[in-house]
Design a protein. Structure first.
Length: 276
């Protein structure tokens, strides 16, 4: 992974909400992906996590590949509206780019509660009329779904795909992640879909507390969960085949990028549920 210095960061990320002394979960994700929008404090925290779970970058890359397959599936079902909550820093093959590829004319809303993410996204997307970046917190889904700008951009009388990728493992149990997904489900029209990916610790539960400690002082705290704790997030949804599976098992059309990841079970789970 190519190290970068702080002054190489995108200038758009330095400003509102910027704190160079606290590891930022979005910037750590960027580092895991091999990007350059991160700081030494992010790399230090990320490297601590990598010592515990070296497969993190592989899992994150597979998560991006799952997004691509999920978007193609959603487009095939006629979905043309996409609400990406916890979008993170823009990278390659973002939701709106995949929508343009698989669902031309589709409309995308990115939601995040990180000011740096919003500054970057708005600067990148200001000339894209089919894309909106809005501030919102997944812990308060009703506020997101009632946001006037979002409701002007998306028609909630028609099916919407809500994407919750690698975000629910940053929602503490006290905020009731299962209940959050249920409240989103109840607000969506029939024929909508909810897409979830979530880290699972079945493979190495013994390192989970140490990974959680890495994020203790970060912008978002990581919550370690077993796959049995992730499954209830799909309650009330019609789970699309093949169900809740490892990322590389969800309708994979090409081999996984790294055979090591294929040998790791219940490490990064995913699934798509339909609102009946």
């Amino acid at each position: 992974m190519r190290p970068t210095s702080g002054d190489e960061m995108n200038p758009a990320l330095i400003g509102v909400g910027f704190n160079a002394s606290i590891p930022n979960a979005a910037r750590m994700y960027d580092y895991f992906l091999g990007g350059k929008d991160h700081l030494p404090v992010d790399r230090e925290a990320a490297d601590r996590a990598l010592k515990l779970v070296p497969e993190i970058p592989i899992g994150i890359r597979e998560n991006r590949r799952f997004l691509s397959r999920a978007m193609r599936f959603l487009a095939d079902q006629g979905i043309r509206q996409f609400l990406d909550i916890g979008a993170g820093l823009p990278t390659q093959d973002n939701v709106h780019q995949l929508a343009a590829r698989f669902a031309p004319g589709g409309r995308t809303v990115y939601v995040d509660n990180d000011p740096q993410v919003l500054v970057h996204a708005r600067a990148l997307l200001q000339k894209s009329p089919e894309v909106l970046a809005a501030q919102g917190d997944l812990r308060r889904p009703e506020e997101i779904l009632a946001d006037p700008a979002i409701r002007r951009h998306l028609d909630f009388d028609r099916p919407v795909a809500v994407l919750l990728l690698a975000i629910l493992h940053f929602i503490p149990d006290g905020d009731d992640p299962v209940g959050i997904v249920a409240r989103i489900r109840e607000a969506l029209p029939p024929g909508s879909y909810i897409v979830i990916s979530h880290v699972a610790v079945d493979e190495r539960p013994q390192v989970a507390p140490d990974v959680e400690r890495v994020y203790d002082n970060a912008s978002a705290r990581f919550v370690a969960r077993m796959s049995s704790e992730i499954a209830p997030m799909f309650d009330g949804l019609e789970l699309v085949e093949p169900g809740l599976v490892n990322l590389h098992e969800w309708r994979m059309d090409v081999p996984v990028t790294d055979p090591v990841f294929a040998r790791v079970d219940n490490y990064f789970m995913c699934g798509i549920g339909r609102v009946g």
